[in-house]
Design a binder for this molecule. Structure first.
Ligand SMILES: NC(=O)c1ccc[n+]([C@@H]2O[C@H](COP(=O)([O-])OP(=O)(O)OC[C@H]3O[C@@H](n4cnc5c(N)ncnc54)[C@H](O)[C@@H]3O)[C@@H](O)[C@H]2O)c1
Length: 158
C-alpha cells in the first residue's frame, strides 16, 4: 500500500485531506502533527492512519515518518495566522521556514520523482523531472514557505 505523509494532518485542511485520501485510494497515511493548533479528534480512526505526535522540527519524528518508502508528501503543518508571526517571530520562522526546508529535503532524498506543486492547477509548479505524480504539496499557493511566493513553470523555481 502506498504511503503518504501529511504534516499538519490534525488541522483544518490536513484532516479533510486525510479523509479524502482514505475515501478515494488505498493509502497508508502518516500524520505528523504537534497539535499546537490542530486536534486529535480531527484525525479519522482508521487502521491505515499512523499518527506521529510531534514537531516537524524534531528529526526523530521525521525519521519515523520516512522510515519506509513514501510516495507523496503533503506539507500543511504551519504556524498559521499573521498575528503569530508578530507575537512569536522566532517560532514562526523556525516552523514555517526551517520546517518547510526540512520537508523539502526529505522529499528530495526519499521520493522517486521530487516535485513541488503550488496550487494543484499546474501554476507555480517547480518540478525536478517533469513528473506530476509523486511529490510534495504545500498548503495554498505557497511554494517554499508561508511568506514567500513563486510562479515558475516546470524546471524553474518561481
Ligand atoms: N485555512 C485556509 O483558509 C488556508 C488557505 C490557504 C492556505 N492555507 C495554508 O494551509 C496550511 C494549513 O492550514 P490550516 O487552515 O489547515 O491550518 P491549521 O492551523 O488548522 O493546521 C495546521 C496544523 O499544523 C500543525 N502544526 C503547527 N506547527 C507544527 C509543527 N511545528 N509540527 C507539526 N505540526 C504542526 C497544527 O497543530 C495544525 O494541526 C497553512 O500553511 C496555511 O497557510 C490555509
Amino acid at each position: 500500500m502506498a504511503r503518504v505523509v501529511i504534516t499538519g494532518g490534525a488541522g483544518a485542511i490536513g484532516s479533510n485531506l486525510v479523509r479524502a485520501l482514505l475515501r478515494e485510494s488505498a493509502v497508508e497515511v502518516v500524520i505528523v502533527d504537534d497539535l499546537s493548533s490542530g486536534h486529535e479528534q480531527n484525525i479519522p480512526r482508521d487502521d491505515r492512519v499512523l499518527f506521529l505526535r510531534g514537531s516537524i522540527l524534531d528529526q526523530s519524528v521525521l525519521d519515523r515518518a520516512f522510515n519506509r518508502p513514501v510516495e507523496r508528501v503533503f506539507h500543511l503543518a504551519a504556524n498559521f495566522a499573521n498575528l503569530s508571526s508578530i507575537h512569536e517571530p522566532e517560532k514562526d520562522l523556525l516552523v514555517n521556514g526551517m520546517g518547510t526546508l526540512k520537508l523539502l529535503d526529505l522529499a528530495r532524498r526519499h521520493l522517486q520523482f521530487p516535485e513541488v506543486a503550488g496550487d494543484g492547477r499546474g501554476r507555480g509548479v517547480w518540478s525536478y523531472r517533469g513528473s506530476h505524480e509523486p511529490g510534495i504539496h504545500r498548503g495554498g499557493d505557497t511554494i517554499s514557505s508561508e511568506s514567500s511566493r513563486g510562479s515558475g513553470g516546470d524546471g524553474a523555481p518561481g
